[in-house]
Design a protein around this ligand. Sequence first.
Ligand code: AMP
Length: 209
Amino acid sequence: MNIVLLGAPGAGKGTQAARIIEAYGVAHISTGDILRASVAAGTPLGLEAKRYMDAGELVPDSVVIGLVKARLLEDDTKNGFILDGFPRTTAQAEALDNELEALGRSIEAAIAITVDPEVIVGRLTSRRTCRACGRITNASEGSVCTACGGELYQRDDDNETTVRNRLSVYEKSTAPLIDYYRGRGVLHVIDGDRPVDDVWADVRAVLEA
Ligand code: AMP
């Protein structure tokens, strides 16, 4: 099962990806997570990526395409993978198709999670992530993860100015991918402005159809 998750930042891709991984045992490929790990490790790639990320801009295609190509060669992707936050441009989608074709694989489902932009601004500016277990939660939980006791932190790019820029970058560069995958006959659109369990029920229905 090879899946692409589409949707604006804050649409709930990461939350649904976590459930898909747990339920189906597929590999998680989140370019945002890979880039944040490079930033934290202080690698040259991380240093280059950070200035784009802090501004809410896209990291250049050549950089992220290279990361995903390398990741697709890892063994755990053989039983399927979920791409979360990639592709974000038509050039990335085309590069992905070419790479998968060379590997004898293809995308079986592209799930687009849609949420009103103003709802997203509210969600992202109050989003918190656990440093220890990676769980995504909300500022109302305070500063300690109720699941593992780890520290909850706010991502550098979850401030309102950067969030609004990320949303406009999404509209311009990434939203056209909805038509790209519709054209390939693999698109499923799910309303993400509902409780997580309701969205998950629809995601599961798509994956088990
Ligand atoms: P995310 O965690 O998916 O919201 O990604 C955080 C930031 O990482 C984005 O705002 C971009 O700066 C960068 N990024 C993640 N994935 C990509 C991608 N596929 N193409 C370009 N930049 C990306």
